[in-house]
Design a protein around this ligand. Structure first.
Ligand code: ZN
Length: 446
């Protein structure tokens, strides 16, 4: 019977918005009190700003609480209680989970979770899995390294929690993982978009296996925005013959948002467990209306060991306007996480988001999945080079593809590009998160 149940939590996921807001305010006060009492780091931040728990009565009061940035976390870590430092709110011997950020943008941040918080992680992931059609009858393959990266660990526990069967694909290489899917008839898997496409390429080119002939019928992505970029999502869905779903989460935050089976192009914020605020990057104004982009300030309302209160995530998001046809009352964000405030860069005075380039490249027939962008300077003028791979069956179409790329890139990003064609399979391949955007202007300025 549980197979037919539409929502993981039928009460919370359909609660009217005003009741969700009441719940959020109540939970916010509780986690703020706790953190004020237990975390030396937060206490001193709030004392400096003159904010006390009794001051918090409304959402407007919440907006006056100082935000926390990743760089602040780095400064206090590797100190006692080692290695978490002054944000740890529980005795060290109650910590049961260690994870850390990937460190792609600097020194990693260490994250402690108690068993209670770890159960909360798997509960958050259960909402994601259920909304995407995962049921007890699924056999889910996990082709990831089972190291310090938190997302799929939590997904693994949630898969067990909802009653599905888990096939861990830890130390296997890509070919062995494809064979394992074939051997077990796994129905679903989880990976970064880069790896979803990489696995398909290995299956086709090195093993002569058509990924669509395998039994995978749904894939959940994490770590990169690809599953919400329509052209990248289409590539993944077509090559695997499977539904591809997005979700967003972070080590310091939790799994805070998810696409549902409607695939409307927007993702639900799990508002029962998280408070999301969107702030205009330039004016600092808070954005309530749909369609206006800003950076996300987020609070995990139920995470206690190492709390996440008004964390300035630098993720760029925007509210979406329509209620979702799935019936969930949690608000949605359009296009998932659009980019990061750090990645948005000015080229020739124009703001450029790397995801816009990905959307164009992945939408053009005849190009491979990999690409690279290099921004440098020639005689003080910014220059963007886009390296793409031409598929072997499109070698005679170089000129028309070049023209199409230039047109669409101009339309999407208002910038001109130097296009370089490379042979199929010659650009670097990535296992987890790809670094395709390289801004080397500081190094090359002359
Ligand atoms: Zn929905």
């Amino acid at each position: 019977m549980i197979e037919e149940q539409k929502y993981w939590n039928p009460v919370l996921e359909t609660l009217p918005q005003e009741k969700i807001r009441d719940l959020q305010l109540k939970k916010f006060k509780r986690i703020f009190n706790w953190t004020y009492e237990k975390s030396k780091f937060h206490r001193s931040l709030y004392e400096k700003a003159g904010v006390k728990p009794e001051d918090i009565r409304s959402f407007d009061d919440i907006r006056h609480i100082p935000t926390v940035e990743k760089s602040m976390m780095r400064d206090i870590q590797r100190k006692d209680p080692f290695p978490y430092g002054d944000t740890l709110c529980i005795p060290l011997d109650e910590v049961s989970e260690y994870h850390q950020t990937s460190g792609t943008t600097g020194q990693p941040v260490y994250q402690a979770d108690s068993w209670q918080d770890w159960e909360w992680w798997s509960e958050c992931w259960s909402y994601i899995l259920w909304a995407q059609g995962y049921r007890p009858s699924d056999r889910i393959f996990f082709p990831f390294g089972y190291n310090v990266f938190v997302a799929f660990w939590a997904a693994h526990y949630a898969a067990e929690k909802i009653g599905a069967e888990v096939v861990p694909g830890g130390v296997l290489d890509t070919q062995a993982r494809i064979l394992k899917i074939q051997e077990t008839n796994a129905t679903a898997m989880m990976a970064t978009p880069t790896y979803v496409l990489g696995m398909a390429e290995t299956a086709k080119n090195k093993m002569g296996i058509d990924p669509a002939s395998l039994t995978i019928n749904k894939i959940t992505c994490a770590g990169e925005p690809g599953a919400s970029i329509p052209t990248t999502k289409n590539r993944m869905q077509n090559v695997w013959g499977a539904k591809v779903y997005d979700h967003a989460g972070a080590t310091e935050i939790g799994a805070w948002c998810y696409e549902c089976a409607e695939q409307s192009g927007a993702l639900h914020v799990n508002e029962g467990f998280f408070l999301v605020e969107i702030q205009d990057i330039e004016t600092g104004e808070y954005i309530e209306e749909a369609g206006r982009m800003g950076k996300m300030i987020i609070t995990a309302l139920d995470r206690y060991a190492q709390p996440c209160i008004r964390f300035d995530s630098k993720d760029l998001i925007m509210w979406s306007s329509c209620p979702c046809s799935c019936g969930r009352s949690f608000r949605t964000i359009k296009g998932g996480v659009i980019g990061r405030a750090d990645d948005i860069t000015k080229v020739k005075g124009v703001l450029l988001a790397p995801s816009a380039i990905e959307e164009v490249v992945r939408g053009i027939h005849g190009l491979g999945d990999e690409f690279e962008v290099i921004v440098d300077k020639k005689e003080d003028i910014d220059r963007i080079t886009l390296r793409v791979e031409l598929m072997p069956n499109s070698l005679d179409k170089e000129d028309s593809i070049r023209a199409k790329l230039k047109d669409q890139l101009r339309l999407k990003t208002n910038l001109g590009y130097i296009i370089e064609f490379h042979g199929y399979g010659t650009l670097p391949r990535h296992e987890v998160k790809a670094k395709r955007f390289n801004d080397i202007r500081k190094k090359t300025s002359n």
